[in-house]
Design a protein around this ligand. Structure first.
Ligand code: ZN
Ligand code: ZN
Length: 188
């Protein structure tokens, strides 16, 4: 028996609070809530939706500054005593990058669905592909928020996504090493 228990009963994972940000499909928040427990043994809560903070809108880019929204989420995370995941339909960027699928700091994470829909790439709508991408990006950023760095294994969810093809190549699961590291981090 060399199989590693993928869901440690010893590690203490923080509760995860989901925050819909701005207008968009709030159904997404609902099924992310359904999907996350298959990856994280956490209590998942849906928190009050938040408006997009207009002060972080960059008119020239027609995008929101991801780092600014993340700072707001970090505040909510502290107040609510949860790991906070924000989900927005707005396009987001970070200084030096044209766009980001998501961003994270310790205890808080943000993902954008803007570039995850097949239609964005001129492909026919595909709910399964769309949902899988959202779950992969959500798990990736929560992984960062829990202390994980990028992983060199292209199949691991912590592999860096340079473009949507990378996201589609990896799954929502952690490789053995990342999963073990995650559990060790939670045991503190
Ligand atoms: Zn990353
Ligand atoms: Zn990994």
């Amino acid at each position: 028996m060399s199989d590693y228990d993928p869901v440690s009963t010893v590690a203490r994972f923080p509760a995860i609070g989901l925050v819909g940000i701005g207008k968009g499909d709030h159904g997404v928040t609902g099924w992310v809530r359904e999907a996350l427990p298959s990856i994280f043994p956490s209590e998942i809560r849906i928190l009050l939706p938040q408006p997009l903070p207009s002060r972080y809108f960059h008119r020239g880019r027609d995008q929101y500054l991801a780092d600014g929204i993340l700072a707001c989420l970090a505040g909510i995370a502290r107040r609510e005593n949860v790991l906070c995941l924000g989900i927005t339909a707005a396009d987001i960027f970070s200084p030096g990058l044209h766009f980001v699928f998501g961003i994270a700091c310790t205890g808080a994470a943000l993902i954008s669905t803007f570039r995850l829909a097949p239609a964005f790439y001129g492909m026919p709508d595909n709910e399964m592909v769309y949902r899988r991408r959202i779950l992969v990006e959500a798990v990736h950023e929560i992984g960062h928020a829990l202390g994980l760095a990028h992983c060199e294994h292209p199949g691991c969810v912590m592999y860096f996504s340079n473009w949507i093809g990378d996201t589609d190549l990896k799954g929502p699961g952690f490789c053995y090493r990342c999963r073990r590291r995650l559990d060790l981090l939670q045991k503190g």
